[in-house]
Design a protein around this ligand. Structure first.
Ligand SMILES: [Mn+2]
Length: 475
């Protein structure tokens, strides 16, 4: 089988097809005459200096711009004229003073070879080209520091444009899927490395470092998001990024949620493991329950299924599991506890979200004002479609902060055995997260790092057996 990178060799990032997708979605909202008189214009991110300093801030390419070009050169712009199906990439004008420091930029001819566009020009031609489109609606997402000098030609904030861009981005084509498979593959290896390196991981920072080291070595210089590296009770903080606590055996549990990025496409994977290789009873109880939540929800994943329903099913599996463990009292039915939302603060986030260029990708239609605490934070509120990529990431947490209200609420506490609950706080939490591609009949799991607790235990122990001297560790 070809590796992800070989499989796209000889092909360009399909920018023209993406632009056509956007216009097709636009046409579902406006008349074809209006569509014919429309153009789409997006400015990419540019280099910016820190105040009082000659160093530049890190640049993260504008995702809408990248979708229409595949180009990550700062200071570029793209214009698509719908009726001519003409896609033009504008590169920044050459700054001859900068060539000494930065080397020669890509030439127009080389850029024409590299990118799937009809023409490549310098940005100095842009104003005249926009002026020539008099009578056209030149749509853009917003006015910002990178496009404000073209403001007089642009129509910003058009709802239909956002709709068209987001609907297009939500469904991945074969090329995007190959990039995401590669990001997932890099991430698998990073997680394996982290699980295997306990002898040199005596602080959460070391877990963070181990992951990034292996990502960069595989060519992924950027993370999809800040890695979340937790141990013990900090595993209950969903987006914990302090990553600086000591790891000692008393804590027992590690949770790492991290994903490498490949050519602007994300991966997003969470794994948990026991610090000394042996699962404590309570840690394994919760681990197996979260694994069951993931396995049970995976059975329901296929085009047409509503993500709300699958998410709520995960809550029911959790409630049943808590009854079996004695955390919830046995005298009540799963349905009653579920309906009283007692599980909300133990599994406070959504079961998963769309994944693409953004980690929480566009098109999910979340409703953060939903009064239902079980659905409020669900980032995907629509039926599944073929070639969506999403995460399946159930979690169970014991967060003193989140559960403070529950502990004071008689109507909820009547379902909870406090004595049993008290045995679980030290774990913090468990989350298992894989990246799934929706297929015609179900899904393909892009994540292949094991989530089997016995396998994980073996990997951790094999790492521990190597001892500190078994690692190249200069610090
Ligand atoms: Mn996620």
């Amino acid at each position: 089988m070809l590796s992800a990178i070989e499989s796209v060799k000889g092909h360009k990032y399909p920018a023209k097809a993406h632009a056509e997708n956007v216009v097709r979605h636009l046409q579902s909202k406006i008349s074809s005459e209006e569509a014919d008189k429309s153009a789409v214009f997006i400015s990419g991110e540019d280099l910016e200096l820190y105040q009082y300093c000659d160093q530049t801030k890190p640049v993260r390419q504008n995702r809408y711009f990248f979708y229409l070009t595949g180009c990550d050169i700062p200071g570029s712009h793209v214009l698509y004229q719908a009726n001519k199906k003409q896609l033009t990439l504008y590169l920044p004008d050459i700054d001859y003073d900068d060539v000494m420091w930065s080397g020669l930029p890509l030439s127009l001819a080389d850029a024409g070879e590299k990118y799937d566009v009809d023409q490549v020009k310098y940005a100095s031609e842009l104003k005249d080209d926009l002026a020539r489109l008099k009578g056209y609606s030149i749509l853009t997402t917003d006015i910002n520091q990178f496009n404000s000098k073209y403001q007089e030609f642009l129509k910003a904030g058009d709802e239909n444009l956002f709709y068209a861009l987001d609907e297009s981005r939500m469904i991945k084509d074969w090329y995007e899927i190959e990039l995401m498979k590669h990001a997932a593959k890099i991430t698998d290896k990073c997680h394996l490395a982290v699980m295997s390196a306990l002898p040199i991981e005596t602080n959460e920072t070391h877990i963070h470092a181990e992951f990034m080291y292996h990502a960069i070595r595989q060519g992924s210089k950027h993370q999809s998001y800040d890695p979340i590296c937790c141990s013990g009770p900090s595993c209950s903080t969903l987006h914990y990024v302090k990553n600086d606590d000591e790891i000692d055996e008393k804590k027992r549990s590690i949770l790492i949620d991290a994903g490498a990025e490949w050519q602007c496409y994300a991966s997003d994977v969470t794994r948990c493991f026991p610090i000394n290789g042996d699962w404590s009873k309570e840690h394994l109880d919760i681990y197996n329950l979260v694994l069951k939540m993931q396995q049970e929800t995976m059975k329901l994943i296929k085009p047409g299924a509503l993500w709300d329903d699958i998410h709520l099913h995960a809550h029911k599996v959790m409630v049943e599991g808590f009854i079996n463990l004695g955390i919830f009292k046995k005298g009540y039915s799963v349905q009653e506890i579920f309906e009283n939302k007692v599980s909300a603060r133990f599994f406070p986030h959504g079961l998963g979200h769309l994944l693409g260029m953004d980690t929480h990708d566009v098109g999910g239609h979340p409703d953060y004002n939903d009064p239902d605490p079980l659905l409020k934070y669900l980032r995907l509120r629509r039926p599944l479609q073929e070639n969506m990529v999403l995460t399946d990431e159930p979690g169970v947490y014991f967060s003193p902060f989140l559960l403070e209200d529950v502990l004071k609420d008689e109507s909820k506490m009547k379902y909870i055995n406090k004595d049993v609950l008290d045995k679980y706080w030290y774990i913090g939490g468990v989350r298992i997260e894989d990246d799934l591609l929706i297929t015609k009949t179900g899904f393909t799991n892009l994540t292949s790092i094991t989530s089997d607790p016995n396998e994980i235990s073996k990997i951790v122990k094999a790492g521990l057996a190597k001892g500190k001297d078994g690692f190249h560790n200069v610090i």
